[in-house]
Write a protein that binds this ligand. Structure first.
Ligand SMILES: Cc1cc2nc3c(=O)[nH]c(=O)nc-3n(C[C@H](O)[C@H](O)[C@H](O)COP(=O)(O)OP(=O)(O)OC[C@H]3O[C@@H](n4cnc5c(N)ncnc54)[C@H](O)[C@@H]3O)c2cc1C
Length: 453
């Protein structure tokens, strides 16, 4: 069917941009509205405060972005982004166990969040029929008098002009602070049931110049937080010959922001690479700190009554504990879902979208909430399944110190490439149960990232 009608997207961050990409196949006109001033280059901005924090795009997200924007990987590499083999070139310390490395085809791009957003924004701007309007704040929804359908949005521009913008579909990608719950309540709809898991995470990210020889032989290191040591850290390369370090604390643990304090905090992590780097690294900017109180999932699929012509997308639907790096990948998967549903046509788009989105959110939600429930302070239902899975993963991490196949299987699940059930195949179960043994030789082949480079 030829594109027709107008779709409006609230928010031009990663969620809104990915939604716009999907909408542009079905709508003649797609208008993205963001209340922020949008920078011309890769700069952080007020409306996306998390943009100053280290972001990792999971391998599944990389694949989907490549599908939505052909040639994106090559474009990023041309802009100085470094592809990293997530199993072959990253030192993983899961629960203190150093994972045995092996070449893989799981790739992450070492890049800053503002660069990714800018490159994707340029791609979206170039799509036929797409307009990106900065300095446009959406203040409400327009509805039919019977309130069955959303027909557009109310907007205030930077010079305080008020507008009504009609639309056949409104997609709210306004982020975690999406106003849709309030707007829908004002229109007489019940609130979507909300699941909330308090994790009280604090992030401190800082970027450093990458000196010759630094990150030699490895392109990243990661140590996760565990009960009793609620601290984590990641180091990753960035564009323009830089690297970034994020230190994080869960459940109120606060990483410091001064040089000495950061180095001392990093020295308590099981990944010695992070502490060693921070002792000599030369920063290029001040540290950025951000708190993230809770993972929040809004279950619009459980509402009996929903208006047509309106969808909530991205973080507004589910905002995950950032430690697991899932948000952008889930938004990309939602974009694929939306594109498929629009191509199929038919009524009841909102209901079909929320059902499909709930299915694709289930696995990442299970991974992040299930892992957070290892901390006794985290409130939530510790079902037998959650406890068994966590006990199994603890054994898997120990066995993965020598068994690269287990590390590979775990990273594929973490990167949302394989479903969590893939870790329970009989072959892997046997390897987990027999525990660490003498290391098997690792296949000698070049890593996919060195081929991509
Ligand atoms: C500390 C931290 C670290 C993270 N790390 C990772 C990571 O490593 N990997 C990963 O995949 N994800 C990560 N995330 C999540 C990721 O940032 C989000 O999933 C991603 O940005 C998609 O969110 P979004 O576009 O839905 O919302 P946001 O990024 O929050 O964007 C919302 C946009 O809507 C605009 N807006 C809001 N309200 C209005 C309005 N009324 N009118 C007009 N415009 C409006 C805002 O200006 C903004 O541009 C992290 C998040 C945090 C907090």
């Amino acid at each position: 069917m030829a594109p027709a009608g107008r779709a409006v997207v609230i928010g031009a961050s990663m969620g809104g941009l990915l939604a716009a990409r999907a909408l542009s196949d079905a709508y003649a006109e797609v208008v993205l509205l963001d209340r922020d001033v949008l920078p011309d280059g890769p700069a952080s901005r007020r409306g996306v405060p998390q943009g100053r924090q280290l972001h990792v795009l999971l391998d599944r997200g990389r694949q989907v972005l490549g599908e939505l924007f052909p040639g994106l990987g090559a474009e990023l590499t041309a802009r100085g982004v470094c592809p990293v083999d997530l199993h072959g070139e990253v030192h993983w310390y899961n629960d203190g166990h150093r994972m045995r490395r092996a070449p893989s085809d799981l790739i992450a791009y070492g890049m800053s969040r503002p660069l990714l957003e800018q490159v994707v924004r340029e791609r979206v701007r170039a799509l036929p029929g797409v307009r990106v309007l900065a300095g446009h704040e959406v203040t409400g929804l327009l509805l039919t008098t019977d309130r069955r359908r959303v027909t557009g949005v109310r907007v205030v521009t930077a010079d305080r002009t008020e507008l009504a913008l009609p639309a056949d579909l409104v997609v709210d990608a306004g982020g975690r602070g999406s106003r849709s719950p309030v707007w829908l309540a004002d229109a007489g709809f019940r609130p979507a049931p909300e699941e909330r898991v308090e994790v009280d995470v604090t992030y401190v990210t800082r970027t450093y110049r990458r000196e010759p020889g630094q990150l030699e032989g490895m392109l990243g290191a990661l140590a996760n937080a565990v009960p009793g040591r609620p601290r984590a850290g990641i180091v990753a390369p960035q564009e323009d010959g830089r690297f970034a370090v994020v230190l994080s604390g869960v459940l109120g643990e606060q990483p410091p922001t001064d040089d000495e304090g950061m180095a001392a905090f990093a020295a308590t992590l099981p990944a010695p690479q992070i502490g060693a780097l921070l002792r000599t690294a030369r920063p290029v900017d001040p540290p950025a700190r951000m708190r993230f109180p809770a993972s929040v999932r809004r279950r619009y699929e459980r509402l009996r009554r929903l208006p047509e012509g309106h969808l909530v997308f991205g973080d507004g639907l589910c905002s995950f504990n950032p430690i697991y790096g899932q948000g952008m990948t889930v938004a990309a998967l939602e974009a694929l879902l939306l594109r498929r549903l629009l191509a199929e046509g038919g009524d009841g788009l909102a209901r079909r979208f929320y059902r499909g989105a709930a299915r694709l959110i289930d696995a990442p939600w299970q991974i992040s909430v299930g892992t957070d429930l290892r901390f006794p302070e985290v409130t939530g239902r510790r079902t037998l399944r959650v406890r068994l899975v966590n006990a199994y993963l603890a054994r898997l991490h120990a066995a993965a110190t020598t068994d690269a196949r287990l590390g590979a299987a775990f990273l594929r699940v973490l990167n949302l490439v394989d479903p969590p059930t893939r870790l329970l195949t009989p072959a892997l179960l046997v390897r987990v149960l027999r525990g660490p043994r003498r290391p098997e030789p690792v296949p000698q082949r070049p890593s996919a990232s060195s081929i991509a480079r």
